[in-house]
Unconditional design. Structure first.
Ligand code: CTP
Length: 404
């Protein structure tokens, strides 16, 4: 989970009426755990779905529900609350509240607070699919975006009313990621990043195959960090059991050849390519179409292997390659093999894992190989490391120096 962006931030979390209010309990917990302070403000309708007592217990602060709250000595809650905030987040944002915001209405504490704000406003819509598709709602959302308000979601899927479609609120974890993303420095704004992640799976027959122990965590962490840095991210993933990072376009593949083809379809349009996947070097020539049977007395099966395409090297060979970054999985002598591998693959930057192979682990320590020499980054969890690597990559992009 991305947390650094939210440490020390002060958020006003505005809740409006909707069954998705239950998700805000979890969202509040995630935000406070990440070091943010959360001031909950609820509309009258929101209090019908979850109580202010619950929200007070989770946020650790008294909840505001009324413009006429006697606890605010000057009766200026609508001004005072937003002046301390780094952002106001409305979650869930009902159809009615989006309409109010689009028209600048101010008839309760939360709507008045929004009109009187001097900080960014994020809304997380939650409603029935027909309500979302209604032309009036769509007009209002267009207006909100034009007014510089960030609209996060909505999600698609089964709804509380039993219908299926667009309109339901992002899950708490995705909302949390989207808020963290909002606060990340946009050092890759306008850039297109293509990544590979995870293992590949090379079939022997319809039920068996060869794979490896890559978990995909590093590649997914990099995809998340690149998205949070403002990039448009396309993640080509081998078979892994990981959630797609919020805002990332994911394409699932199985074999090295499929991963190669997916990458080569998009590489010419990418500004940055990061090959994080542990791609199988070989595949079985002519995998059996039928399950290979174990028949008593018969000889053991033998397999002939052929080499898979080298995806990283193919991208680096393009006439106008993106800034191409490789990873090195080595079980020994990284310092020797790293630079040799970078030169062999003809990439400007190669990232090597220091120490034992770290497949599946949450911590990592890396060394950067480039023509100018080597750089070591301190040991950190994969998400922190991913953010640091994105800064290092952004710093090395040609024609731009977004962070100096
Ligand atoms: N890679 C690739 N396509 C392959 C093999 C590797 O794109 N068929 C990429 C990986 O994604 C990684 C880099 O090349 O970015 C290095 O992968 P690694 O497995 O360390 O190197 P190999 O080229 O396979 O060399 P070796 O197995 O001999 O160490």
């Amino acid at each position: 989970m991305a947390t650094a962006e939210l440490a020390g931030k002060h958020l006003v979390l505005g809740m409006t009426g909707g069954i998705a209010c239950y998700k805000i309990a979890e969202l509040t917990r995630l935000l406070t755990k990440a070091g943010a302070t959360v001031q909950v403000v609820m509309t009258e309708a929101a209090t019908q779905f979850i109580t202010p007592v619950t929200m007070q217990a989770l946020s650790g602060r008294p909840v505001f529900t009324s413009q006429w709250d006697a606890r605010v000595p000057n009766n200026m809650a609508h001004i005072d609350l937003s002046r301390e905030a780094d952002a106001i987040v409305i979650a869930p944002a009902s159809t009615d509240f989006l309409a109010k915001l689009a028209h600048g209405m101010a008839d309760d504490l939360l709507s008045t607070l929004c009109v009187a704000r001097d900080c960014p406003l994020l809304v997380v819509p939650a409603m029935n699919r027909q309500m979302w598709q209604n032309p009036a709602t769509q007009r209002n959302v267009t207006q909100l975006r034009a007014d510089g308000i960030d609209v996060l979601g909505p999600d698609s899927g089964p709804q509380a009313c039993g219908e299926v479609g667009d309109g339901r609120m992002l899950e708490a974890a995705a909302t949390f990621e989207a808020i963290a993303s909002f606060f990340s420095p946009k050092i890759l704004s306008g850039r297109r990043v293509l990544l590979t992640a995870g293992p590949t799976f090379e079939p022997l027959d319809p039920v068996r195959g060869i794979t490896n122990r890559s978990s995909g965590k590093m590649g997914f962490a990099l995809a998340r960090a690149a998205q949070q840095a403002g990039a448009e991210v396309h993640l080509v993933a081998g078979p892994v059991a990981l959630e797609t990072p919020w805002g990332v376009f994911r394409e699932d593949v199985q074999t090295a050849q499929q991963m190669h083809d997916a990458v080569m379809r998009s590489a010419a349009h990418a500004d940055i390519f990061i090959g994080v996947a542990a791609v199988a070097d070989w595949r079985v020539d002519h995998a059996s179409e039928q399950k290979i049977k174990k028949t008593a007395g018969r000889a053991l099966p033998t397999f002939t292997f052929v080499e898979n395409p080298d995806i990283l090297a193919s991208v680096a060979k393009l006439p106008h390659p993106p800034f191409t970054v490789g990873f090195a999985a080595e079980s020994g002598d990284l310092e020797v093999h790293g630079e040799e591998k970078r030169v062999r693959k003809n990439v400007p930057l190669l990232i090597g894992n220091l120490g034992p192979l770290t497949f599946g682990m949450d911590d990592n320590e890396v060394i950067l190989f480039e023509a100018a020499g080597v750089t070591r980054l301190p040991r950190a969890d994969k998400q922190t490391l991913a953010r640091a690597l994105i800064v290092e990559i952004a710093r090395r992009l040609p024609d731009t120096d977004p962070i100096r």
